[in-house]
Structures are given as C-alpha cells and as structure tokens.
Ligand binder design. Structure first.
Ligand SMILES: C[S@@+](CC[C@H](N)C(=O)[O-])C[C@H]1O[C@@H](n2cnc3c(N)ncnc32)[C@H](O)[C@@H]1O
Length: 209
C-alpha cells in the first residue's frame, strides 16, 4: 500500500467508526483541531492583508472544512476549494458548507490529480502528517507553493527525535525544515507556539507588509 492509499484507508475507516469527531481526523482533541484552523486562518489573514482582494483558497486535506469556517470570520472568500482523499470524511461536512455557492469539494489525492489551477492561498493542515520521506514532503510543499498566487501555509509535527514508523505521524525538526524552505522563498514564517509538538509554516512570494 503506498502512502496515499494508506491515508485514504486510514481516514475512511476512522470516519466510518467515529463520525463527525476529531478522532476521525486522528487529532487528539476537539480543542486542538480548532486551534489549528484558528491559527492557520490568522496567518492567512496576515498573508493576504496587503493584497486586499477577495481570495481564492485551496484547502488540501480539508477534513470537515474547519478552515473555511474560521477564514470566513476574517477574510472575504471569493472561492474555497476543499480536497480530501477520504469520501467518508467529505460525507460528514456540514450541508450549509457544501451547498455554499463559494465552495467546491473534490474527493481525491491532491498530489496525484489534474492541475486545479493556481489559487491565491494553498493550505494544508494535517495532510502531510503521514509522509516520512523528507524529499517527498519538500516536493509536495514546492508544488503547493508553485500552485499559489500569494503563498502556501501548512502544518507538520515537530519533535527533537524524528520517528520513522509507517502509520505513525512523521516528526520533523523545525530548524531543518525552515532551512530547506529558504531554497523555495526568502519569505518564510514559522509559528511553533500554538500547540505542543506542531509547527505551522507559511511561505509567501513577497513580504507580507
Ligand atoms: C489530520 S486530517 C486534517 C483535516 C483538516 N485539515 C483539519 O485540520 O481539521 C488530514 C486530512 O487530509 C486528508 N488527506 C490526506 N492526504 C491527502 C491527500 N494527498 N489529498 C487530499 N486529502 C488528503 C485526510 O483524508 C484527512 O481528512
């Protein structure tokens, strides 16, 4: 089973078992689930502030679209595209989100699908968690950055000791990841203060102020 088949099966099984619950996204608690989306939406707000436009958002691994709900409070959304590999997860998204005319939800593996075109912001909250291959993770981040007009924002788990076990979350050293990000853009932001053992990184094409 390759990595994306593993994730598809993991999240389909979890959603079938737990329903609309943070456990279906393999998160420790409802609180941590929402803190991630709140923090990511604040960062996205900072990223687009100087552009003052109605933004297009791509959310890779959208889960229940918590990011959409938080972003709506802060920015004007022109269009939000949520992609998730697990149909059982998509089936649990609230109907008032799926029927919103600004929203498109697509089931599939983002990294192996036809090009969706560039969006202003490309977000990935938790959908890089199970890839233990650093070259592959950097390649995915590069694709996300190149597919954005303004920039990309993503989470990775962080710890001093990397663990290399299939099926477990991959942990990375924030300093190592940040150093690699400077090969992509000089405009790198690291937030490592909102949850234990997790980082949010944003890469932008220009300075945000
Ligand atoms: C940890 S959950 C996070 C969900 C949501 N972003 C949040 O933070 O509430 C990761 C989600 O990414 C999806 N996923 C994993 N790999 C993916 C891929 N290659 N393409 C699209 N979705 C993916 C999973 O099905 C799962 O719903």
């Amino acid at each position: 089973m390759n990595n994306s088949e593993f994730e598809k099966s993991l999240f389909n099984d979890l959603a079938a078992k737990h329903g609309k619950n943070s456990k279906s996204l393999n998160y420790g608690s409802e609180q941590s689930k929402i803190i991630r989306s709140i923090k990511a939406s604040e960062i996205i707000h900072d990223m687009i502030r100087s552009h003052s436009l109605k933004s297009t958002i791509l959310d890779i691994g959208c889960g229940f679209c918590d990011l959409f709900s938080e972003l709506e409070k802060l920015i004007e959304i022109d269009h939000y595209t949520g992609v998730d590999i697990a149909q059982n997860v998509i089936d649990l998204i609230d109907k008032d989100i799926t029927t919103d005319e600004r929203v498109t939800i697509i089931c599939g593996d983002y990294f192996n699908m036809i090009d969706l075109g560039n969006m202003d912001i490309v977000a990935n909250i938790g959908a890089l968690n199970y890839d233990h291959n650093l070259d592959s993770v950097v390649e995915k981040i590069t694709k996300m950055y190149n597919s954005s007009n303004i920039g990309t924002v993503f989470t990775l788990s962080s710890s001093i000791q990397p663990v290399d076990e299939r099926g477990s979350v991959a942990y990375w050293d924030p300093a190592e990841i940040v150093k690699l990000m400077f090969h992509i853009t000089p405009y790198v932001r690291l937030d490592h203060d909102y949850l234990k053992r997790e980082m949010l990184i944003s890469l932008t094409k220009n300075a945000t102020v």
